[in-house]
Design a protein around this ligand. Structure first.
Ligand code: NAD
Length: 466
């Protein structure tokens, strides 16, 4: 049976981009319907950012307890052998996800958004059929169609997800393993591979990471990734660089790899996590014949696609595939539809990698600017008192600024807890701060923020604590 409804704005996808767009549209009085086939919150809340951060936190807590057990505790704390009840850890993590996805539902309701459960099939730029589990179909027509389909993990043809009797997994399954793997092989030393590989190592698995490029986190510069590489070595994570996967192992679960010299080796594994990137979920858009940029939907600075009144936001529009970018785009699209003059021209989009230690990049990196016209200065966390009291001094804060007027164009940091400095960095760039502004601001003592101030002071040639 088919029922029919019409609305002004129809949003496909209830992830961070889609749900924020719908909430803002509702606040602005735009009649809005949101279609979601799974649980509200999308990849980020259900199988991405949030559950991974919960797992990382639990793994850190267990690792700390392990490090204080027996005669090892250097903090003067001695505990008997800690025990992990993984089912309880996963239940705690799932509880956080449940609270947040439930919260999204409540926020949408408060904003007056109608949520339709089911899979949207696009008929044309103004018509969508929603197929429900019970087989019924609801036809929705709209004035504006917002595509917020998100992304899916990239599959390696020789190691398809679910292959080797279910041993080959994506990040989704890696967040809910029923038991700690004996040997987890991770393919890809990017965001996902290192965040989850480190967490499972701390939870007790032997972990080997296979990376095709010459260093871990190859998207960041060498200096930034060194403390992460040191920490992986200390944790006992085996890292094989310049190494390609060539296929599954013969006769036993595991993979076959080839190093830069052409030498083949077998890596036996009970779980293989493939984390070689994500791609826009662009399947199902063929009927619209939109202009594309590779697999991503091409959009302009207002997130308009090549079809009038069809908009696209978030991972569907390509890199950087970050939840906060999708949210900012979603809010903007709602305001443009409401008649506001808006453009998506962020001063910067911060990126955070929740490895151990954490890595942050906001704005331009030293390699992206002209060294003749820019100054770069770094302040080591080994000279910061707060870092010492947090027992994490491997890392630094780095600033990049113009030489002529001292305008700050970029911040990078690596270290324990530096993810929370992202707002400071983003704000500094958005407010067009100069080195003197950061250096002249009183930063509370003792905090990691003092290292931010000191990096600016160092760029000016007069750091105080180094
Ligand atoms: P990624 O692009 O960060 O890393 C993939 C890695 O796999 C790269 O280092 C690449 O060189 C390597 N690789 C590719 N093919 C390979 C092969 N055949 N053999 C060995 N290595 C290979 O991708 P990801 O970690 O899957 O993350 C995907 C997306 O999710 C990213 O766009 C990221 O923005 C997002 N994400 C963000 C966060 C965060 O913000 N903290 C966390 C996780 C994911």
């Amino acid at each position: 049976m088919t029922t029919e409804n019409s609305t002004k704005l129809l949003v496909i996808g209830g992830g961070p981009g889609g749900y924020v767009a719908a909430i803002r549209a509702g606040q602005l009085g735009i009649p809005t319907t949101l279609v979601e086939g799974q649980s509200l919150g999308g990849t980020c809340l259900n199988i991405g950012c949030i559950p991974s951060k919960a797992l990382i936190h639990a793994a850190d807590a267990y690792d700390l307890a392990q490090r204080q057990s027996g005669a090892k505790g250097h903090l003067g704390i001695h505990v008997q052998a800690p025990r992990l009840e993984l089912a309880e850890t996963l239940k705690w993590k799932d509880g956080i996800v449940g609270k947040l996805t439930g919260g999204v539902g409540a926020l949408l309701k408060k904003a007056g958004v109608q949520v339709v459960q089911g899979w949207a099939e696009i008929v044309d730029g103004k018509t969508v059929d929603v197929k429900r589990d019970d087989g019924s179909v609801q036809r929705l027509s709209c004035e504006h169609l917002l595509l917020a389909h998100g992304s899916v993990p990239v599959e390696l043809p020789m190691l398809p997800f679910g292959g080797m009797d279910g041993a080959v997994i994506s990040s989704t399954e890696a967040l809910s393993l029923k038991a700690v793997p004996q040997h987890l092989v991770v393919v890809g030393a990017g965001y996902i591979g290192l965040e989850l590989g480190t967490a499972w190592r701390k939870l007790g698995a032997a972990v080997t990471v296979v990376e095709a490029r010459e260093r871990v986190l190859p998207a960041y510069d060498d200096e930034l990734t060194k403390p992460v590489a040191r920490s992986l070595a200390k944790l006992g994570v085996r890292v094989l660089l310049n190494t390609q996967v060539t296929g599954p192992m013969d006769g036993a679960p595991g993979i076959r790899v080839r190093d830069a010299s052409g030498k083949d080796a077998d890596l036996a594994a009970d779980v293989v996590l493939v984390a070689v990137g994500r791609k826009p979920r662009s399947a199902g858009l063929a009927s619209l014949q939109l202009a594309m940029k590779g697999k991503a939907v091409q959009v302009d600075e207002q997130c308009r696609t090549s079809m009038r009144n069809v908009w696209a936001i978030g991972d569907l529009t390509g890199e950087p595939m970050l939840a906060h970018r999708g949210m900012a785009q979603g809010e903007m699209v709602a305001e443009v539809i409401a008649g506001h003059t808006r453009r998506f021209e962020p001063a910067s989009i911060p990126a955070v990698c929740f490895t151990d230690p954490e890595v942050v990049a906001v704005g331009a990196a030293p390699g992206e600017v002209d060294a003749a016209t820019h100054v770069t200065a770094m302040f080591p966390l080994s000279a910061n008192g707060r870092a010492m009291t947090l027992d994490g001094t491997d890392g630094f804060i780095r600033v990049v600024a113009r030489k002529d007027d001292h305008l700050i164009v970029g911040w990078q940091a690596v270290g324990h807890g530096v993810s929370e400095l992202t707002s400071t960095f983003g704000h500094s760039i958005a407010m067009c701060e100069r080195l003197e502004d950061t250096a002249g601001t009183i930063h509370a003592h003792p905090t990691l923020g003092e290292a931010v101030q000191e990096a600016a002071l160092r760029a000016l040639g007069h750091a105080l604590h180094i």
